[in-house]
Design a protein around this ligand. Structure first.
Ligand code: GRF
Length: 196
């Protein structure tokens, strides 16, 4: 898989750790980012995984950035692209060439977008969680693959709740990617099924 990141990369780290065991069934062949100087890239470098960066502002248009990202990914011939805290919407060049999996810190379809944790807190939700889904052209609208719930506790702020969600999210992402790699998957409309 190629993993794309924009931040601290703890989900990436969980994948890197899992792939150290050959029986996991998948490997990270490259890590890409839309910005420099992030811990996610440093994690890849420490693991000896090739990295690349395509910054939107370095391209004359979003369409050309999309083409550049897709070409960078294609160079590694992955079977899967994983967005692990990648904070940009990918366009058709990548979405049409590869299956793309995304992870989101809320129980979709509730609280999509860049502030899923903040929005769930502000709404007063008592249960939120995380969702692993296929990416499509929308914002967190793709078919859901797996979800887990996390309780909102009295006194939670965004940072504390997000950390609790991320500790569940990392396990869900690792488990889901591994099962998809080992067992394959089918998509029928909005329904994703892993294995035969
Ligand atoms: C995750 O909660 C992801 O769902 C969200 O940003 C967080 C990324 O965390 N979009 P990390 O960079 O993997 O630590």
């Amino acid at each position: 898989m190629v993993v794309l990141v924009s931040g601290s990369g703890t989900n990436l780290q969980a994948l890197l750790d899992a792939t150290a065991d050959p029986s996991y069934g998948a490997a990270v062949v490259a890590v890409g980012a839309d910005r420099v100087g992030i811990e996610g890239l440093a994690r890849a470098e420490r693991a000896g995984v090739p990295t690349f960066v395509e910054r939107l502002n370095d391209h004359p248009s979003r369409a050309l950035w999309d083409e550049a990202v897709a070409a960078r990914i294609a160079a590694y011939e992955p079977d899967l692209v994983v967005l692990a805290g990648f904070m940009k919407i990918l366009g058709a060049p990548t979405l049409e060439a590869f299956p793309v999996l995304n992870t989101h810190p809320a129980l979709l379809p509730a609280f999509p977008g860049a502030h899923g944790v903040r929005d769930a807190l502000a709404y007063g939700a008592k249960i939120t969680g995380c969702t692993v889904m296929l990416a499509d052209a929308g914002v967190d609208t793709g078919p859901i693959i797996a979800q887990e719930a996390v309780r909102v506790l009295d006194g939670d702020d965004e940072a504390r709740l997000h950390e609790r969600i991320k500790s569940v999210e990392r396990g869900l992402l690792v488990d889901t990617v591994g099962r998809m790699a080992r067992e394959g998957w089918t998509v029928t409309g909005r329904h994703v099924r892993i294995g035969g």
